[in-house]
Design a protein around this ligand. Structure first.
Ligand code: C2O
Ligand code: CU
Length: 531
């Protein structure tokens, strides 16, 4: 595992040292003015000596350059099989450091952190994964992935306290599958990350997930094996806890460039009575931010990432942005006097909510969007913010270098390239503060598994609206967010960008609880590849 063991520190020192020594010699040689033909054997000798020095200096410099690049290339290669707990370097966030240092050996295996082993599930679903072509509800053919022959997969509805059991069967996904419950606080062994909390389920295999639904709200599930390809191709579905029967659950997804809602492109009509608020549970399953606008009646944002907002107010002149992986619940009321409400999702996709036959005004795109930092009113927060046990920094940048042997301009975390990234170390019970900043030139929807975080401030401006709990937070270029969460769910958790191709390109770190280890590996016999 040498390639993963903090070698970066040594590179600049040794290479830089050699480089300096050689460039001095070359500079000296090159700096010697061209001899003005003074004549004489002594001068000719000096000229040829200078030529020699210049030539050898240039060759030497090239060798050092090639050597340095070669070393960086070599050093960047990620072993085909490794454990995530050997990745990068431990970051204790200024908190307690275990005596043994970055030491997981002998820890509790995350495979023991399962949901209830006994008990009859209140919700039991079998999901059979296939790689196949299928027809969207709007008629287009897609070559992708399905669950029970459909994409999105079945909508799972549960109540708080329900034991949920999902039997995942892989019938024909060649790379294997795993199901992650995005935003849901499940025990670590149920988190569905291939290579971290389980092995990918091979064709012909099955895996059972069991967990108790703890929090009401809008969530989703998706494959966490080769996820950048499988999620894009359709291997996902909605999971909602404690919905009203009339709630509309609306996963938005782009298949082959076609934006869809509930798996149908174009305008989708959803019947709802006039004068009665309807709850629309929107899920952004794509890789980029989803910007929506509403026409036909004022509306409210009533929940974000599964958590109800406090004191939401009517909105009529602003749109809403949902981060990739994020969810937003809207409350819309079709006007009592007739007409319908249109929620425009861009790219020709919209939903029209109202009585049958009612029409909705055309979409207009407001210039402004709702700012969740100040929307709603302050409310109670179930998190002790009087002191922090850990204070982490996650600063996202971009720099040239080698990623697994490939030269390019790559995402960095705290200045480091994958796999030399921080491992955020915590103890059960810690109150954790994390500052996430971004100057990489692009937005990154940061997603922490197994926890929900409270936004404290953005660019130094404290949150002044409803408590804003999130698990999928868009950090725009030039922004800096401070968030806080309680480390109350032991295990090893991914903390990554939910623009999944970015995760593939190394925007992936972990939150690890001291004293836990994983028996699973990236690569290995199961070919685990969570991104
Ligand atoms: Cu929906 Cu690791 O993510
Ligand atoms: Cu990203």
């Amino acid at each position: 595992m040498t390639a993963l063991d903090d070698p970066a520190e040594q590179v600049p020192t040794s290479a830089g040292g050699d480089n300096h020594a050689l460039s001095t010699a070359v500079d000296d040689a090159a700096g010697t003015p061209p001899a003005p033909a003074p004549g004489g054997a002594e001068a000719a000798g000096r000229r040829s000596w200078v030529r020699h020095l210049t030539r050898w200096g240039a060759i030497g410099l090239s060798l050092v350059l090639v050597g340095t690049l070669g070393y960086l290339w070599f050093d960047s290669r990620v072993p085909s099989t490794y454990s995530v707990i050997d990745m990068g370097y431990a970051d204790y966030g200024g908190g307690a450091v275990p005596l043994a240092g970055h030491q997981h050996a002998g820890g509790v295996s995350v495979s023991t952190l399962t949901g209830p082993a006994t008990g009859t599930p209140a919700v039991a679903v079998t999901l059979t994964a296939r790689k196949e072509s299928f027809t969207l509800a709007s008629g287009e053919r897609v070559d992708g992935y399905t669950l029970n022959h459909a994409s999105p997969g079945p909508e799972i509805r549960a109540r708080v306290g329900d034991l949920v059991q999902v039997d995942l069967v892989n019938e024909s996904v060649p790379d294997g599958v795993a199901l992650h419950w995005h935003g849901v606080r499940v025990p670590n062994a149920e988190d569905g990350v291939a290579g971290v909390t389980q092995d990918a389920v091979p064709v012909g295999g099955r895996h059972t997930y069991r967990f108790v639904a703890q929090d009401a709200g809008t969530y989703w599930y998706h494959s966490h094996q080769v996820s950048h390809e499988q999620v894009k191709g359709g291997l996902f579905g909605a999971l909602v806890v404690d919905p009203s029967p009339a709630d509309l659950v609306l996963p938005v997804h782009t298949y082959d460039g076609r934006r869809t809602v509930q798996g149908a492109s174009g305008e989708r009509r959803l019947p709802a009575p006039a004068g009665v608020p309807a709850r629309l549970r929107l899920i952004n399953t794509d890789n980029g931010p989803l910007r929506l606008s509403v026409t036909g009646a004022p509306y409210r944002v009533v929940a974000v990432d599964g958590h109800d907002l406090h004191g939401p107010t009517d909105i009529s002149d602003r749109g809403v942005v949902i981060a990739a992986g994020g969810r937003v619940d809207l409350s819309v009321t079709p006007p009592a006097g007739g007409g319908a409400v249109r929620v425009d999702l861009g790219a020709g996709s919209s939903v029209v909510v109202g009585p049958a036959g009612a029409s909705a005004p055309a979409a207009v795109t407001p210039a402004a969007v709702v700012d969740l930092l100040s929307y709603g009113t302050r409310g109670p927060v179930d998190l002790d913010l009087s002191h922090f046990d850990r204070d982490f920094t996650l600063s996202i940048g971009r720099s040239p270098g080698f990623l697994d042997g490939r030269p390019g301009l790559w995402w960095t975390m705290n200045g480091h390239l994958y796999p030399d990234v921080p491992m955020f170390m915590v103890r059960t019970g810690d109150i954790v503060k994390m500052t996430i900043s971004n100057d990489s030139g692009e937005v990154h929807p940061m997603h922490l598994h197994g926890h929900v975080a409270l936004v404290l401030s953005r660019n130094g401006v404290p949150s002044s609206g409803s408590p804003w709990w999130t698990d999928s937070l868009d950090v725009d270029d030039g922004e800096s967010y401070v968030i806080a969460f309680k480390a109350d769910n032991p295990g090893i958790w991914l903390d990554h960008c939910h623009n999944l191709p970015h995760a593939t390109d190394g925007m992936i770190a972990h939150l690890a609880y001291e004293g836990y280890t994983t028996p699973y590996v990236i690569g290995g016999k199961a070919d685990n590849a969570p991104e």
